[in-house]
Design a protein around this ligand. Structure first.
Ligand code: COA
Length: 325
C-alpha cells in the first residue's frame, strides 16, 4: 500500500461578514451570550447569488495553484456538502467543468459536518489501491440558506465557506496514518432539516417554503463531546501514537465549549488545539477544511507535524484521522 497524504490545501470565504451586533438586530440575543456560550464573534455569509459551487470552485482553484497541480491531472473530485446548488447535477460535476478537470470522475458525499474527513478517507482508498493518482476533496457549504433567522438557538451558530485539498502519494513516513469513520443513526433526530412531503393531488402544495435546521442543542452537545473524544482515541490507537506525540489537534468548529470539553476529557493542552470558530462560526463540513488550511498557513502545522483531525456532525456521524504532515 502506498503512503497517501495531503499535497496542497486551499480555501474560500465569502467577503460579507455578519457580526454578533448584526444578529442583535434580528433576534433577541446579545454579543456577550453568543461569545460566552459558543466562542463565535462573527461569521461569513455568501451573497444571495453565490451558490455552494461558487465557494467550492474558488477553494479548488487555490489548492491547485498552491500545489502547482494541473487540473487535467486530477483523477477524481469529491465534494462534501449538505447544501448543494441543486439535487443534481452534483457540485463535483460543476467544479469539474469550471476548473477544466476533464480527466476526472466526480461525485458528492453527504456526511454533514464530518463530510471532509469522510471525503479524505474515501479519497485515500482510491489512491492507496492505485486506482487514481490525484484526488481533489472539497468541503463547501452555504449552510446559511438552511438557517431559520427567527430561531436564536441556531441562527447565531452558522456561517458559509469552503476548504479544499489535493491528495496523492506522500513521502515515506508521511501522510494519513489512520482513519476512523463512525455513525450513530439513533441520534439523527438531534439535528435535521426536514423536507415537507408533497401530495401531487393536493392543491395547496406550497413550493415556496424552504426547510430549515431543527436542532436539540443541549443533547447534541453531550453526544458531540463523547463521539469526538472516542474518535481521537480510536484513530490514535490505529496509528500507534499517543496524545503526547500529537503536535496539533484540528477539530470541527461547532462550539468553543465543545472543543474545551473534549480537551478536558482527554487531557489535551488547549494550546495544541487549532481554533478559528470566533471568525467563522460553524461552516459544517467546511469548518475543519478551512481550519486545516489556516493551521498550516499560520505555522501551527509544519512539515513533520503529527496532526489529529476530528469531527462530528448531524446523522450523527463522527470521524478522525491521524496525519504525519
Ligand atoms: N441568545 C440569548 N439566549 C439564548 C440564545 C441566544 N442566541 N439561544 C438560546 N438562548 C437561551 C435559551 O432560550 C435558554 O433560555 P432559558 O434558560 O430561559 O430557557 C438559555 O439561553 C440556555 O439555552 P440552552 O439551549 O440550554 O443553552 P446552551 O448552553 O446549551 O447553548 C447551544 C446552546 C446551541 C450554543 C449549545 O447547546 C450547543 O452548541 N450545542 C451543540 C450544537 C451543535 O454543535 N450543532 C452543530 C452540530 S454539527
Amino acid at each position: 500500500m502506498k503512503n497517501i497524504g495531503i499535497l496542497s490545501t486551499g480555501h474560500y470565504l465569502p467577503s460579507r461578514v455578519l457580526t454578533n451586533a448584526d444578529l442583535e438586530k434580528i433576534v433577541d440575543t446579545t454579543d456577550e451570550w453568543i461569545i460566552t456560550r459558543t466562542g463565535i464573534k462573527e461569521r461569513r455569509i455568501a451573497d444571495k447569488d453565490e451558490r455552494c459551487s461558487h465557494l467550492a470552485i474558488n477553494a479548488a482553484i487555490e489548492a491547485l495553484e498552491r500545489g502547482k497541480i494541473d487540473a487535467k491531472d486530477i483523477d477524481l473530485i469529491i465534494v462534501t456538502t449538505i447544501t448543494p446548488d441543486s439535487n443534481f447535477p452534483s457540485v463535483a460535476c460543476l467544479v469539474q467543468k469550471a476548473i477544466g478537470a476533464t480527466n476526472a470522475a466526480a461525485f458528492d458525499i453527504s456526511a454533514a459536518c464530518s463530510g471532509f474527513l469522510y471525503g479524505l478517507t474515501t479519497a485515500k482508498q482510491f489512491l492507496a489501491g492505485g486506482i487514481y493518482k490525484k484526488v481533489l476533496v472539497i468541503a463547501a457549504e452555504k449552510i446559511t440558506d438552511l438557517v431559520d433567522w427567527n430561531d436564536r438557538g441556531t441562527c447565531v451558530l452558522f456561517g458559509d465557506g469552503a476548504g479544499a485539498c489535493i491528495l496523492g502519494e506522500a513521502e515515506e513516513g508521511h501522510g494519513i496514518l489512520s482513519e476512523h469513520l463512525h455513525a450513530q443513526g439513533e441520534f439523527g433526530h438531534l439535528m435535521a432539516v426536514i423536507t415537507e412531503m408533497k401530495d401531487p393531488l393536493e392543491q395547496d402544495n406550497d413550493t415556496t417554503k424552504s426547510p430549515v435546521i431543527n436542532m436539540q442543542g443541549k443533547e447534541l452537545f453531550k453526544v458531540a463531546v463523547n463521539s469526538m473524544a472516542e474518535a481521537i482515541e480510536i484513530s490514535m490507537k490505529k496509528a500507534g501514537v499517543s496524545l503526547d506525540q500529537i503536535d496539533c489537534v484540528v477539530p470541527h468548529q461547532a462550539n468553543d465549549r465543545i472543543i474545551t470539553a473534549v480537551a478536558k476529557k482527554l487531557n489535551i493542552p488547549k494550546d495544541k488545539i487549532f481554533i478559528n470558530i470566533h471568525k467563522y462560526g460553524n461552516m459544517s463540513a467546511a469548518s475543519i477544511a478551512v481550519a486545516l488550511y489556516e493551521a498550516e498557513k499560520q505555522g501551527s502545522i509544519k512539515k513533520g507535524s503529527l496532526v489529529a483531525l476530528v469531527t462530528f456532525g448531524a446523522g450523527l456521524v463522527s470521524a478522525a484521522n491521524i496525519v504525519r504532515w
